[in-house]
Structure formats: structure tokens, C-alpha cells
Design a protein around this ligand. Structure first.
Ligand SMILES: Cc1cc2nc3c(=O)[nH]c(=O)nc-3n(C[C@H](O)[C@H](O)[C@H](O)COP(=O)(O)O)c2cc1C
Length: 167
């Protein structure tokens, strides 16, 4: 049986929600990481992935400028990094300079990979679509990487950006 409720109440049932960190370089060549929960795989062949970024975020400018971005799946040990990258804006903070997080150059695009992530996907920007207060960027995956060590993915497990792993 279903009971009609407000959207705000129904959407509280969404957890666990996956967490990704998207990275794109700005005009100054500075890589800007941003934490995102609203993301999905949208095509298998060719492989394509989408991210929804709020219109006010600096990441809108960095993705539009560089026309490519990395999508990293942070590991469960990367909660502090995800919270830092998800609470500061690249508009006034060099996030990689201020938070110690190992990176390496991407192989096929001008971006960075997160060394300790579970996986990294290098994407070229295919399209963008306005959806309410967010912009959906769709990227074609041109190079993929996985960690050589076994790692668990990071999720949002409850309201208020409560991050953790899922068994
Ligand atoms: C767990 C978590 C999930 C988030 N999910 C999203 C999301 O899906 N879309 C979004 O636009 N912002 C999301 N945010 C907020 C942005 O990461 C945050 O506003 C960030 O500071 C924007 O950075 P920027 O201005 O450098 O782009 C999330 C934050 C956290 C901590």
C-alpha cells in the first residue's frame, strides 16, 4: 500500500546514495574537485556518465571551460576529502592545495585522477541540459582506471551528508 506524502518526506528514503568527486580544470589550469551525489551511468556503448551540478557552483565554469572532466568513485577512507571538496568553492579556494589528497595526471584528457579512489573515469563533455536548478553534464568515458588495492566505495548513508560505506 502507498500513502501520498510531500516530496521532501518521500525523498528521505533515498539512502544510501552514491558519492562521486568530479574534477575539471579552470581557465588558470587549476584542477577543481567537487563532491556530487546526483550522478548516473547513461549509456553502455559508448560508455557515458552524467552529473548534475547546481547552477551557482564554480564547477559549471570549469567543466564548460575545459570540456572534459574526471568522475572519481571515492573510497570509504576519503570521507573527509569528500566533505571538504563538497563544502568549499573553487571560486575562492584551491581545494587540492588546501586539502592533502593524492592526485595524478589523467591519461586521455587534461584533468586529474584521485590516486586513492576506487575508480576514475575520464570523460569528454558530450552535452549539457538545464534541469531546474541544476545543469546535467553528460560525458563520454574515454579512459577508465581502478585501484590496484581492494577498496570500498563511499556513500551518503543518511541526511546531513552522513558519509560511510555500505556492506
Ligand atoms: C555528499 C555531498 C553530495 C553533494 N552532491 C551534490 C550534487 O549532486 N550536486 C551539486 O551541485 N552539489 C552537490 N554537493 C555540494 C557541492 O559539492 C558543494 O556545493 C561544492 O562546494 C561546490 O564546489 P564548486 O563551487 O567548487 O563547484 C554535494 C556535497 C556533498 C558533501
Amino acid at each position: 500500500m502507498q500513502k501520498q506524502v510531500e516530496y521532501q518526506d518521500a525523498i528521505k528514503t533515498k539512502y544510501p546514495e552514491q558519492v562521486v568527486i568530479a574534477i575539471a580544470k579552470d581557465k588558470a589550469g587549476r584542477a577543481n574537485p567537487v563532491t556530487l551525489g546526483w550522478t548516473m551511468i547513461v549509456s553502455g556503448s559508448p560508455p557515458m556518465m552524467a552529473i548534475a551540478v547546481a547552477s551557482r557552483h564554480y564547477s559549471i565554469e570549469t567543466i564548460r571551460h575545459s570540456k572534459c572532466f574526471t568522475i572519481a568513485f571515492p573510497s570509504s577512507e576519503m570521507a573527509d576529502a569528500a566533505l571538504f571538496f563538497g563544502s568549499r568553492s573553487g571560486r575562492d579556494t584551491d581545494k587540492f592545495a588546501e586539502f592533502d589528497c593524492k592526485t595524478e595526471p589523467a591519461k586521455a584528457i587534461d584533468s586529474a585522477l584521485l590516486t586513492d579512489a576506487v575508480a576514475n573515469f575520464e570523460c569528454t563533455l558530450e552535452s549539457e541540459t538545464e534541469a531546474g536548478d541544476h545543469i546535467i553534464f553528460v560525458g563520454k568515458v574515454v579512459s577508465s582506471h581502478t585501484n590496484t588495492e581492494p577498496k570500498k566505495r563511499l556513500y551518503t548513508v543518511g541526511p546531513g551528508h552522513k558519509l560511510g560505506s555500505v556492506s
